[in-house]
Design a protein around this ligand. Sequence first.
Ligand code: 13P
Length: 257
Amino acid sequence: MPRKPLISGNWKMNLNHFEAIQLIQKLGYALDGDDLDACDVSVHPPFTDLRSVQTVLDADRIPIALGAQHCHFETSGAFTGEVSPAMLAKLDVTYVIAGHSERRQIFGETDEMVNAKVRAILTNGMTPIMACGETLDEREAGEAEARVQSQVVAGLAQISADQVANLVIAYEPIWAIGTGVTASSTDAEAMCAHVRRVVGDNWGGDAAQSVRIQYGGSVKGGNAAELMSQPDVDGALVGGASLDADEFARIVQHRLL
Ligand code: 13P
């Protein structure tokens, strides 16, 4: 069965809940039923916007999935400032990003923490988008493949092949995030194919065939079609361009470009 592309907009720490409502309404107008049949689409607003965006998606019956950018791995307790996966599930969140490079680099998330989050997201009936990717130094030192492999193996440790088959891995080279420098479609394909091989070696061929692998890093309307035409690229994790409804809609509509 062909893998349906998943286009995800990571709004990062942008937009208050009023601005978020405006953006999701605009996106609802910009995308039609055919667009949302051809691709799965998710938006990942900041926590403070989730309830507002969920209400708009519900009221206007827009088939865009609600996503979160992060969560804690415990269900409740003395973790000041954190949000639990159970709380997100209650808000009809479908996808949760775990291990974004900004969380790893700025907030010190380790592979072990990412793995605990991925398992907690699954336990709460949501789908993890587990992010991985190398720094420029690692790429220049020829260590990119090994780095990504170790993040995938550690991040998905103790997860069954069936569960791996149904989750999402986002390959986001750190040097391409927010820089305007996109990985060439050849490099993006090579690393996404590598990730699929790693999944095959560790969880078997069926999981490798089913798992969806996104590319992220300066994806725009102008480069989406080329990136998405690669056989192992099953979608995109989009930062900056997802804050503009028309630009994000162009990415979702890449099949028409
Ligand atoms: P940009 O699309 O702004 O490069 O961000 C990518 C990203 O980090 C998405 O999670």
